[in-house]
Design a protein around this ligand. Structure first.
Ligand code: TYM
Length: 405
């Protein structure tokens, strides 16, 4: 049996609202599970993070250029110490970026958002970027049933997708845990000694059934936050936040900065707005490897629609944007232009635009995005060695003596 979510993860529900007996909907967010309709305001409260308020959003938007819409629309909606990091930056202190991927299968379009934001931040601030590929985590996560060889294959495949995003080869280090962690082991030990089992249990919900590799793993995901003696900024969806909570507990005693984080919402699965896309359920996601035909079929067949049951009703009442997955995907990533998005909103809610039209817009955007991604992925094949070994940052990392960190 896998870990049971508890403190750091959030299980809500079972509460009744007085006489009417309304049952709140359950949702679960842990690094390994996202189910139900996530209430993001409650998640901020439960995880103890901060909402990105208007003032902070404006500050960031000014710097982000083409990616500003991701913050303006609050796709990235929560943070830890991002305001502090920007204050420090304005006084001339640098920071570094860290993000990652667990290679459990093909990457989908939700994953890639994190890497695009990270790339925009690198371009804007000239920061170094560390990208962790957690083949160890995915092997140890028993419910996935992956062989060691599976994780190696997916790591190689996923690294190409990430390299396609176009990070600076001399300021970016992509590392696969099973290859690199041995080199950094002395520092992993310094982290592991500071995290006792009851803390790990309460944050991650580990039980007596959890294999000991998995209960050690958090030390490995925390490691990159200590790669530099500067503050680290971590873009990810909200599910990864429990690690940063532990990092912030131990950072001072390690002689390092508490990590800052910027959190996104989950791009919803095609099949409805609850939970998140899954690498193992093809009908819930568009993978970066899907061809044009697959994209058309999946969107037309599975994309949950906010349209009304009949055409007459739709023309009269209009479509519902909140539950329309095609619209949500356009909003979250694929239509950066606010004016075009406003036109879509107007046309759909007035009943002028039909579900089929909304899906057609998304299909066109997806096909264009994935076509370009395929081209960049092929081009990136020749660059992977720089990210992993030969670029300036990669060389420094392989030379570093971690017993002295
Ligand atoms: P993984 O592979 O589950 O996810 C990779 C990144 O994608 C985010 N994510 C999503 N974002 C938007 N919509 C979704 N539906 C969605 N699903 C997943 C995740 O939050 C993550 O940012 N343990 C990690 C690997 C890792 C890592 C890190 C991630 C190691 N170090 C540092 C972020 C930052 C994992 O398995 O991610």
């Amino acid at each position: 049996m896998g870990p049971q979510p508890s403190r750091g993860s959030l299980r809500t529900g079972d509460s009744t609202d007085g006489e009417i007996g309304l049952v709140e909907e359950k949702f679960v967010v842990t690094p390994w599970e996202v189910t139900g309709a996530v209430d993001y305001d409650r998640l901020i409260q439960q995880f103890g993070t901060q909402p990105i308020n208007d003032q902070l959003a404006e500050r960031l938007e000014k710097k982000l250029g083409a990616a500003a819409y991701l913050v303006r629309r609050r796709v990235f909606f929560s943070h830890r110490d991002l305001d502090l990091l920007l204050d420090e930056h304005s006084k001339g202190k640098g920071f570094f970026l860290y993000t990652g991927r667990g290679p459990s299968g093909p990457m989908h379009i939700g994953h890639i958002i994190q890497f695009y934001l990270t790339k925009y931040l690198q371009d804007t601030f000239g920061a170094t970027v560390y990208i962790q590929i957690t083949d160890d985590e995915k092997f140890l996560e028993e419910k996935r049933n992956l062989t060691y060889e599976d994780t190696q294959r997916w790591a190689e495949d996923n690294i190409l997708d990430i390299a396609a995003v176009g990070f600076d080869p001399n300021r970016t280090f992509i590392f696969q845990d099973t290859k690199f962690i041995g080199h950094a082991y002395p520092m992993v030990l310094k982290i592991a000694r500071r995290v006792n089992f009851s803390l790990a249990k309460s944050v991650f919900g580990f039980t007596g059934e959890t294999n000991i590799g998995f209960s050690f793993y958090p030390a490995i995901q925390i490691l990159p936050t200590f790669f530099e003696k500067r503050r680290c900024l971590i873009p990810s969806a909200m599910d990864q936040d429990p690690y940063w909570r532990i990092q912030r507990d131990i950072a001072k005693s390690m002689g390092y900065y508490k990590a800052a984080a910027i959190h996104s919402k989950f791009m919803p699965p095609l099949t409805g707005t609850k939970g998140k896309m899954s690498s193992s359920k093809p009908e819930t996601a568009i993978y970066l490897s899907d061809d044009d035909r697959t994209v058309r079929n999946k969107i037309n067949r599975y994309a949950f629609s906010g349209g009304q049951a009949t055409m007459e009703e739709h023309r009269k009442k209009g479509g519902e944007l909140d539950i329309d997955v095609a619209f949500q995907w356009l909003y979250m990533f694929f239509e950066p232009d606010d004016e075009k998005l406003a036109d879509i909103v107007g046309a759909y809610t007035s009943g002028y635009m039909l579900t089929g039209d909304m899906k057609a817009i998304l299909i066109q955007k997806l096909i264009a995005f994935l076509g370009e991604h395929r081209r960049l992925r092929e081009k990136a094949r020749g660059k992977v060695h720089e990210y992993e070994k030969d670029g300036t940052l990669a060389q420094d990392m392989w030379k570093r003596d971690f017993s002295k960190s």
